[in-house]
Design a protein around this ligand. Structure first.
Ligand SMILES: C[S@@+](CC[C@H](N)C(=O)[O-])C[C@H]1O[C@@H](n2cnc3c(N)ncnc32)[C@H](O)[C@@H]1O
Length: 258
């Protein structure tokens, strides 16, 4: 098993069935049409999970490569693409060292993917690597936990209950904040119930790093990007402040790649 997501990934689609991926793809296309200098035809997605964005976007006609460190996620994504007859190139790879012989018109990392990279050096490696796989002036779009909001609101204990195909999942998360290192550990406990019986139990800790807007701007510039905008998630015209937890960076690949 590889990656930061362990068996949590097996229940990912049930847990996040409330996420409106089609609407998120509309948002991404709105970003492309407002900020991209060229018509976006090919997309590279890092941390694609089970293909929540990849499959709808490939359906909309983009050439698509999606990758993730989780084998379980990629297996699931491939199954979903096969069953809906959609052509997506899904691969198990890591943002920090993936290598492809292709340059793309846009790249995305959605739903806190970048937050899973917790060391500054690794973030820079990942950003530089994405830059290397983008054509000049191409867009890179990603969302992340806004440090300003994390430190004001503070992560809290949460319970989520989801049900699908006769399976009920009760997931609790207990956070452990390490403000100095910009880290919040999410300690997950998941109970899976079928026909009134517990059929699975999973405990997993996800280490999440939060980032500050000015910090992201600096890392992007170091990696060969220009920050075009930072906005609230799903609100391209909104303003980011300390009350908004999920925020989106829109950057453009500039200069010569390394
Ligand atoms: C919260 S999930 C989001 C998945 C998907 N983008 C979505 O919106 O449903 C975060 C994903 O990032 C992946 N990930 C974390 N670190 C990664 C890395 N260094 N390289 C590639 N993928 C990574 C995880 O395996 C996981 O699938």
């Amino acid at each position: 098993m590889t990656g930061v997501f362990g068996r949590y990934a097996e229940y990912y689609d049930i847990l996040y069935q409330d996420k409106d991926y089609e609407k998120e793809c509309d948002f991404l296309e709105e970003i492309f049409s407002k900020y991209s200098e060229k018509h976006v035809k090919s997309i590279l997605e890092g941390g694609c999970g089970t293909g929540g964005h990849a499959i709808p976007l490939a359906k909309r006609g983009y050439r698509y490569v999606g990758f993730d460190t989780s084998e379980i996620m990629i297996e699931r994504a491939k199954e979903k693409a096969r069953s809906s007859n959609i052509d997506v190139d899904f691969q198990v790879m890591d943002l920090r060292d993936f290598q492809l012989d292709e340059k793309f018109d846009a790249s995305i990392c959605m739903f806190a993917v970048i937050d899973y990279i917790t060391e500054t050096e690794d973030v820079l490696k990942a950003l530089r690597n994405i830059r290397r796989h983008l054509k000049e002036n191409s867009l890179f779009v990603f969302d992340f936990w806004n440090g300003l909001a994390v430190l004001r609101i503070l992560p809290s204990v949460r319970v989520k209950i989801m049900e699908d195909e006769g399976i009920k999942i009760i997931r609790t998360v207990e956070p452990e904040l390490d403000a100095f290192n910009h880290i919040s550990k999410s300690h997950y406990k998941m109970i899976v119930i079928k026909n009134g019986k517990v059929i699975d139990e999973i405990e997993e800790t996800h280490v999440i790093r939060f980032y500050f807007p000015q910090e992201i701007k600096h890392y992007l510039e170091e990696a060969g990007f220009e920050l075009l905008n930072i906005c609230p998630f799903m609100d391209l015209n909104g303003k980011v402040n300390e009350n908004i937890w999920n925020i989106v960076a829109i950057a453009k690949a500039v200069g010569e790649e390394e």
